[in-house]
Design a protein around this ligand. Structure first.
Ligand SMILES: Cc1ncc(COP(=O)(O)O)c(C=O)c1O
Length: 444
């Protein structure tokens, strides 16, 4: 069987696709992908799609990257997997060491898991448990930002503020110990205000909350610089600086969820670096393996690690997942770090990013576009439309043109792999504009 329609039907019969109302699929056909190379995906009928969103923000150096392929193949010939409780292996150790070095040694003790939501769960549990072990038993509340997204397991949903994903499970989600703080989203600027003013206003509100809940808050969890899933809401690094100072003042852990924004996506290796701060807990996933294999990790401070160091087993961090620290995934991550080390990826991205921003000018200046924004290798813009299902219509228009883009509500965004050529970037910008105009013209 080698064409799209056969795979499409078998998939609809057998696979329950994520983030999808399955009943809508006949109107919006699935795209069965046969192969990938560089920024391109190819279906079973030979049609190619430029992966403008890095396959849900995971792919950094292209599909079928020869260096990552070779690393995984080499690892396959040595060790595919071994449990990480009671055992260890070179890829996990080397990756833990190299990630810690990327934080200048400020964070370490890598705790591995398999996906982003698990990293969120781990960070929340670690913070709470560390305070309990330290005798601060009143510290059992968390703060997240409005519009936050930290994953979709029940614990992660308690610090996620996207009703579409959480409302259906409201009775299961423990919201009573979570406070929602205002987002520093720069789009909230009042006339005459700068992004920094918005950041300071949001930080002032947080300061008030910390005072009101003095001694009760364990941690605040933040997506540094870009709150992606809510619609690429971007904020000034000033907010992170202020939050770090407030956390120090009130003895609250700062959890930076860099699952989407780490590994160069915002222009620095880690997003929090742009504020000149370090978190107490750092969650990483997605780009960590270059988009190859499921892997996540939480790094923490020495102080948090020491809070668990005890003769009593129950004071240890007993969390576990079967595939924790899988060697193949760790090797893919090491190969990804090798690429960062061997090439000036961030410098090259700066040049590419300036080029893409220039080529997206027609979208930025479009009469129906508001809040065109950009940070590092992320671009976003809000479309002024009340067209029902704008996002699905745009998605279909873009696909027809061979471009994979999946708007978040009325927000268009691009998050391409870093290896995009300027020729492909120009083509991407033209197709995005074409899809926008066609969607607004009401065609499907
Ligand atoms: C900031 C952030 N945190 C957590 C997650 C959850 O990651 P996963 O989908 O791997 O569970 C995501 C996923 O988009 C994310 O963007």
């Amino acid at each position: 069987m080698s064409n799209n329609s056969a795979w499409l039907q078998r998939s609809l019969n057998s696979v329950w696709h994520p983030c999808t109302q399955m009943k809508q699929h006949p109107a919006l056909p699935l795209v069965p992908i046969a192969r990938g190379e560089g920024v391109w995906l190819e279906d079973f009928d030979g049609k190619r799609y430029l992966d403008g969103i890095s396959s849900w923000w995971v792919n950094l150096f292209g599909h079928g990257n020869p260096q990552i392929n070779a690393a995984i193949t080499d690892q396959l010939s040595r060790l595919e997997h071994v449990m990480l409780a009671g055992f260890t292996h070179a890829p996990a150790v080397e990756l833990a060491e190299r990630l810690s070095a990327k934080t200048g040694g400020a964070l370490g003790h890598a705790f591995f898991a398999s996906d982003g939501a698990s990293a969120t769960e781990i960070a929340l549990k670690m913070s709470f448990h560390a305070w309990q072990n330290a005798g601060r038993t009143d510290k059992r509340e968390f703060v997240c930002l409005s519009g936050s997204y930290h994953g979709e397991t029940v614990g992660a949903l308690s610090v996620t503020d996207i009703p579409l994903f959480s409302d259906a499970y409201a009775p299961l989600i423990r919201k009573e110990h979570v406070h929602l703080a205002p987002s520093p989203d720069a789009r909230l600027a009042q006339p005459g205000e700068t992004a920094m003013d918005v950041a300071n206003r949001a930080a002032d509100a947080l300061a008030q909350l910390f005072i009101e809940r003095q001694g009760k808050i364990a941690a605040i969890i933040i997506e540094p610089l870009v709150q992606c899933a809510t619609g690429m809401a971007m904020h000034d690094p000033q907010y992170l600086k202020r939050v770090r100072a407030l956390c120090d003042e009130h003895q609250v852990h700062l959890i930076c969820d860099e699952i989407a924004v780490g590994f160069g996506r915002t222009g620095s290796f880690f997003a929090h670096e742009q504020a000149g701060i370090r978190p107490d807990l750092l969650c990483l996933s997605k780009g960590i393996t270059g988009g190859y294999l499921p892997l996540s990790v939480v790094l923490c401070t020495e102080a948090i690690y020491q809070a668990f160091w005890h003769d009593d087993t129950r004071r240890g961090f007993l969390h576990s997942h079967s595939y924790t620290g899988n060697p193949l995934a760790c090797r893919a991550a090491l190969a990804t770090l090798d690429i960062f080390d061997a090439h000036d990826v961030l410098g090259a991205n700066r040049k590419l990013s300036a080029h893409i921003t220039q080529r997206l000018r027609a979208i930025a200046m479009h009469p129906r576009i508001k809040h065109f924004r950009h940070r590092g290798m992320i671009w976003a813009a809000d479309v002024d439309t009340d067209l029902p299902d704008f996002n699905r219509r745009f998605y279909a228009q873009a696909l027809q043109r061979g471009l994979l883009m999946r708007p978040l509500g009325n927000t268009l965004y691009l998050m391409p792999p870093y290896i995009l050529t300027t020729t492909d970037a120009d083509w991407m910008a033209d197709q995005a504009l074409g899809a926008l105009n066609a969607t607004l013209a009401g065609s499907t």
